[in-house]
Design a protein around this ligand. Structure first.
Ligand SMILES: [Zn+2]
Length: 183
């Protein structure tokens, strides 16, 4: 646990401000534990506790994938707002063309040498959750809501790592284990 300070978490749309301390993180699942290879899409997570005692869970869904400008791999145009135009020259060294990422639909963005070409990068997405207790943190970390309406629970490696680090840092997770009631 660190000293109390003022935090601001922000993306292109909004900002979250609070006074508190860092409990654990950021942890990332970018590097695959088995192969040591980087993932094209990955997540980072950080846990804070506010002065008032609440927890703040900051999660970023990150992507290094970029696409061609024609959106040829996104025929429905569904994900258009998640894509931002950028120049090939401005791509990070880690950026991965769509056809080299493991995606279902594939386009072929211009070559790296075509420096002035425009491509579409996937926007990193921020999720911030304010949670009253550590039990809610665990439940939130474990819960996935699927597109077809069902919900499943499994604490992912990423979140397991975050919780383990929090315990090592001296976070006190006492009281009963969380119970999820299923109706
Ligand atoms: Zn693509």
């Amino acid at each position: 646990m660190t000293d109390t300070q003022d935090y601001m978490i922000k993306d292109d749309w909004q900002a979250f401000e609070f006074t508190g301390m860092l409990v654990a993180g950021p942890v990332s699942n970018r590097v695959m534990s088995r192969s040591g290879q980087p993932r094209a899409r990955y997540a980072t997570a950080t846990l804070y506790q506010t002065l008032g005692g609440k927890y703040v869970l900051e999660r970023w869904n990150m992507s290094d994938v970029y696409h061609d400008e024609s959106r040829s791999c996104d025929p429905v145009g569904k994900s258009s707002r998640l894509w931002i135009p950028c120049r090939v020259a401005d791509l990070s060294p880690d950026a991965i063309p769509c056809n080299r990422a493991a995606t279902r639909q594939v386009c072929r963005p211009p070559d790296r040498r075509d420096r002035y070409a425009t491509v579409l990068c996937e926007r990193d997405r921020l999720q911030v959750m304010e949670l009253p207790t550590w039990q809610k943190v665990v439940q939130q970390m474990a819960t996935a809501r699927h597109r077809d309406g069902f919900t499943s629970s499994v604490v992912t490696d990423l979140m397991e790592e975050l919780l383990a680090e929090a315990e090592r840092n001296g976070a006190v997770f006492d009281g009963p284990r969380p119970v999820t009631k299923i109706a």
